[in-house]
Design a protein around this ligand. Structure first.
Ligand SMILES: CC(C)(COP(=O)(O)OP(=O)(O)OC[C@H]1O[C@@H](n2cnc3c(N)ncnc32)[C@H](O)[C@@H]1OP(=O)(O)O)[C@@H](O)C(=O)NCCC(=O)NCCS
Length: 184
């Protein structure tokens, strides 16, 4: 098991990744209820306010996962989150995920947040790899992951039904070796 008790603040050019604060909850609720976030994360809008408050006020107590707010440096507002969770002992690996709400998308924040977070994880743990799942109808997210060094590993066919169409889920992996190669 990887100890992720410590919650860092990571400062980039466009974003700051930092532990959640009470003032982020309204902004995170906006992100979670955003139609594009719901579509691309395969979620339904069933988050009530109490759940969201409880969720974000307990992220900093978790020792087996790391959840950080993505804060837009332009206005100091939380526009999304980056997460590693679900430790896989066999592969000595964890799952990465990211979401950015409407205030933060398409300005390079996701690319920078992913790069900073992945760098932090590989520098501060001995994990062998990070994995993720991305739906085939989300080329923007795939592009971000490829830029950071994730490669396609396998495909789970027909994982999601969206508006009557079956959508595949792509399993991507970033190995430590590939991450190191990206830094040379
Ligand atoms: C996916 C997500 C994290 C990306 O973050 P972002 O800040 O919007 O993305 P960026 O601006 O950093 O980069 C997007 C890249 O995708 C490219 N892109 C955008 N739309 C695209 C499309 N339809 N097809 C291919 N590439 C696309 C952009 O050109 C850019 O690449 P470039 O820098 O080489 O030009 C964010 O949009 C998001 O959270 N979306 C909603 C939820 C989601 O999809 N989460 C991921 C679930 S797996």
């Amino acid at each position: 098991m990887i100890d992720l008790k410590y919650k860092p603040t990571i400062i980039g050019n466009k974003v700051i990744l930092r532990p959640f604060e009470t003032g982020d909850i309204d902004y995170m609720e906006e992100c979670l209820k955003d139609p594009e976030v719901l579509k691309f994360t395969g979620s339904i809008d069933d988050f009530d306010r109490d759940f969201i408050t409880r969720w974000y006020s307990t992220r900093n107590d978790q020792t087996d996962r790391l959840d950080l707010a993505i804060v837009d440096k332009c206005n100091n507002i939380a526009v999304g989150e980056v997460v590693v969770n679900e430790y896989d002992e066999t592969r000595h690996s964890m799952n990465f995920r990211i979401l950015i709400g409407p205030r933060g998308r398409d300005r390079g924040l996701g690319t920078e947040a992913t790069t900073l977070f992945v760098d932090y994880i590989f520098t501060n743990t001995d994990l062998k790899q990070l994995t993720l799942g991305v739906y085939s109808f989300n080329p923007r997210a795939q592009r971000v992951y490829e830029k950071v060094g994730f490669i396609l590993e396998s495909i789970d066919k027909d994982e999601l039904e969206y508006e009557g169409v079956m959508i595949d889920s792509l399993n991507m992996v970033l190995t430590r070796e590939n991450w190191e190669r990206m830094h040379k």
